[in-house]
Design a protein around this ligand. Structure first.
Ligand code: PMP
Length: 429
């Protein structure tokens, strides 16, 4: 029975039972129409209402300022690894082209094709010499994102400003201090990318990096797939926040992007495909093109409205639960659950070892080893947990060990049951 278990899967992850109960009704008969929610048109008034409600709930939870747009896309977090590059490089190039046009029209007599050629040559030179994308590699997902950037545009444009493995014997688990980062000189990268919570490695940024604050900093892009809506976030510090829905928000199928309107038309047009083609820069699929998605209210093509509905229900319930506290209310619970679990692990240092450094350990994905990482013993640990209904605790296949994912839908009661099991196992009681 569902009520007999607590599920700590890393994603897909547990969803609130109350939402799933409403969902089962909605699947059969949405709003008493005799038609299910997966059967209605994505262009219907109902679908538009579902979208508007989900956006309103998210806006309220995170206090998203007016000058941000919320987009719903497909392609998962991984799709956004690519979309970030396509979109932001496109904006960067267009800004440089417009500036070159302004400068050269004023400073030369060149007209028509001759002027166009001069503009092109200057942009081409600036791309080669100045276009750089900074990545903070603090775990396997930021590593994947940086690799995708290299694959799309070429490694010569990608600056890995930090690779935390170098500071930790080849393994993820720390975030070196900002003074040790090597951003593009002058902090002049087009954007700085980081993963706020590394799902596999259990590493989370404790706060927004100081060196990325301020008007002169590069555009800041954060992957919040695995800690989305789990704590207070000052959205105004970011240019782009994205996250797949399948951990804290809903089921797999949609990715949420919060993007500053100044990076979208009309404020910031993207470079024309012809120009990008001449510059040997990538041109993204239209379904990843944020301006196109924004212009069409996320309905450029068929959006899985059911997935948006689930996310909307989860978020609306958080709005009602936490009232004026908004997402900070969830933040308190998330911290409390994480604290009791880490606290218990630390009480038995001979049995448990938390993988990441204490200063950066994740509230969402609690990664630890049992009995010195003895695989047989970890299997026994997992089997014992499973027997009492504590599921989904196996670590990621790439790193092994145990991972307790502590997303929003894991109740305080579930965290307490895990604590009791940790004590029982450690004491052999
Ligand atoms: N980023 C993070 C932090 C993730 O945890 C994941 C998936 N677990 C991804 C990106 C990739 O997401 P998807 O599987 O939706 O492409």
């Amino acid at each position: 029975e569902r009520s007999d278990v607590h599920y700590f899967g890393a994603g897909p992850a547990p969803l609130p039972s109350a939402v799933l109960e409403r969902a089962s009704q909605a699947l059969l008969n949405y709003k008493g129409q005799g038609v299910g929610i997966c059967e209605i048109s994505h262009r219907s008034a109902d679908a538009n209402e579902i979208l508007a409600d989900a956006k309103a709930a998210l806006t309220s939870l995170l206090d998203i300022p007016e000058d941000y747009e919320i987009l719903f896309l497909q392609g998962g977090g991984s799709g956004e690894f690519s979309a970030v590059v396509y979109n932001l490089v496109g904006v960067w190039v267009e800004k440089r082209r417009a500036q070159a046009e302004k400068d050269l029209s004023a400073s030369t007599d060149a007209k028509g094709e001759a002027l166009e050629q001069k503009i092109f040559e200057r942009v081409q030179r600036e791309v080669k010499e100045e276009l750089r994308l900074d990545y903070l590699v603090t775990g396997s997902w930021s590593l994947k994102a940086s690799q995708e950037a290299s694959r799309l545009i070429g490694a010569e444009y990608v600056n890995v400003a930090v690779d935390s493995r170098k500071a930790n014997n080849g393994k993820f688990g720390v975030i070196p201090s900002e003074s040790d980062w090597k951003p593009t000189p002058g902090n002049k990268a087009a954007f700085t990318y980081f993963c706020d919570n590394e799902t596999v490695d259990g590493v989370e940024f404790p706060q927004f990096p100081k060196s990325l604050e301020g008007a002169d900093a590069p555009w800041v892009v954060a992957d919040m797939s695995s800690n989305f809506i789990s704590r207070k976030v000052d959205v105004s510090k970011y240019s782009v926040i994205f996250g797949g829905a399948q951990k804290n928000v809903g089921n797999a199928g949609i990715t949420i992007v919060i993007v500053k309107k100044s990076l979208l038309p009309p404020a910031s047009p993207q470079a024309a495909p012809e120009l990008l083609r001449r510059l040997n820069l990538p041109i993204g699929p239209i379904v990843f093109d944020w301006p196109t998605i924004a212009k069409n209210n996320s309905l450029y093509n068929t959006l899985p409205i059911f997935d948006v509905w689930i996310a909307g229900q989860v978020m609306s319930d958080l709005v009602s639960t936490y009232g004026a506290k908004k997402i900070a209310g969830q933040g308190e619970i998330s911290a409390e659950k994480a604290n009791i679990i880490y606290g218990t692990l630390e009480q038995y240092p001979n049995v448990y070892k938390v993988v990441p450094d204490k200063t950066v350990r994740s509230r969402m994905n609690i990664c630890f080893r049992v009995n010195g990482g003895d695989e047989e013993k970890e299997k026994t640990f997992l089997a014992g947990a499973q027997k009492i209904g504590l599921l989904g605790l196996k670590g990621h296949r790439s790193v092994g060990g145990i991972r307790a994912s502590n997303y929003n839908a894991v109740s305080l009661d579930g965290a307490k049951k895990l604590v009791t099991y940790l004590e029982t196992y450690a004491t052999g009681a």
